[in-house]
Design a protein around this ligand. Structure first.
Ligand code: GDP
Length: 329
């Protein structure tokens, strides 16, 4: 018996009931490059939007091997036990090349996968960071409409993807390791500045002493940064994802942050700013795709690239020509 395809309205209704099959289907539509799918996805997002916005969105980053999967497994299980409904998403623009370096291998989160309070969705692949980020942001809306109250977004601590995640979350958690030589040398300044909390993971066994020292050093480093707009002083905590230690402290820290920023108005203000940012980003994204996917432009661009190589035009003249060509189409 063939299943009939659900209509857009049916999908919206089922998502609002918390149906995970419908949720997955809709996310697949968001991820699709097919025009009809995109239009349907657009309508679903619109239908879900009034029911979204009610979760706490948490970004989690750290270099490969720091323990992100292990942490999300422990943290997610902890949250689930305290009655939360958790969606785990990822932003990994490299996954098209590495075939899903994060969250691709779900066996790394054995317990979470089986947990009915948890929804795990790997990163959309085969796209630019901009495209992946927009799709993840739209996916957040659907997950919230489906009743997930805690959204975890994982990203690998390399490249620009942290900035993308930071621009769509309320709280940004950086996982670090102690004892990897000079703690503060290898850190990308920008990432430290984005962090609302640094959790030093693998603070167990022989590592514990180094972790405690690292905590002091990171705390000192964090105090050198100017005060954040949120008026929040980032906290350094120790944890062992493997042994389930310090996980509750991370959650307490996030709760304190949420309470503080909700009462001083920053929480709402930041979400507003993120919405404005995403409006501009989405326009840029569409203009970009609209231009570069246009067949006439594709052909003309190739010609202009040839002319540049032959030194018969300049990049600026060629750009001017192509932009006008598109406007006239
Ligand atoms: P990811 O690449 O950041 O997702 O890191 P994984 O979660 O895959 O962890 C990398 C390795 O570190 C695995 O072998 C984990 O078992 C180990 N690991 C993760 N968290 C801890 C921890 O808190 N303590 C110890 N000792 N090992 C850990």
């Amino acid at each position: 018996r063939r299943e009939t395809k659900p209509t857009t309205q049916q999908l919206i209704d089922r998502i609002l009931e918390g149906n995970m099959t419908a949720l997955s289907r809709a996310i697949t539509l968001i991820e699709s490059t097919n025009k009809t799918h995109s239009l349907q996805a657009h309508d679903i997002i619109k239908g879900c939007l009034p029911h979204a916005n009610k979760s706490i969105r948490i970004g989690i980053t750290g270099v490969p091997g720091v323990g992100k999967s292990t942490f999300i497994e422990s943290f997610g299980t902890f949250l689930s036990k305290s009655g939360k409904k958790i969606a785990v998403l990822a932003i990994d623009p490299s996954s098209s090349i590495t075939k899903g370096s994060i969250l691709g291998d779900k066996t790394r989160m054995e317990d979470l996968v089986k947990d009915t309070n948890v929804y795990i969705r790997p990163s959309p692949s085969g796209e630019s960071l901009g495209g992946v980020a927009r799709k993840t942001r739209e996916t957040i809306i659907l997950c919230e409409a489906a009743g997930f109250d805690t959204i975890l977004i994982e990203t690998v601590g390399v490249g620009q993807s942290e900035t993308a995640v930071h621009s769509m979350v309320d709280f940004f958690l950086l996982l670090k390791l102690a004892g990897a030589g000079d703690e503060l040398q290898g850190i990308k300044r920008g990432i430290i500045e984005m962090a609302d909390s640094i959790a030093i993971n693998k603070a167990d066994g022989d590592n514990l002493k180094a972790a405690k020292i690292a905590k002091v050093e990171f705390n000192r480093a964090l105090h050198l940064y100017p005060e954040k707009d949120s008026a929040w002083q980032p906290k350094v905590v120790l944890c062992s994802a493997l042994h389930n230690e310090g996980i509750d402290t991370v959650w307490e820290t996030i709760n304190t942050y949420v309470n503080q920023t909700q009462s001083n108005g920053y929480f709402e203000k930041r979400r507003q700013e993120q919405n404005k940012f995403w409006l501009i980003e989405t326009i840029k994204d569409h203009l970009h795709a609209d231009f570069f996917n246009n067949d006439v432009i594709k052909k003309a661009l190739k010609l202009q690239l040839g002319l540049i190589e032959a030194q018969k035009t300049t990049p600026f003249a060629a750009a001017d020509y192509l932009l006008h060509l598109k406007t006239d189409l």
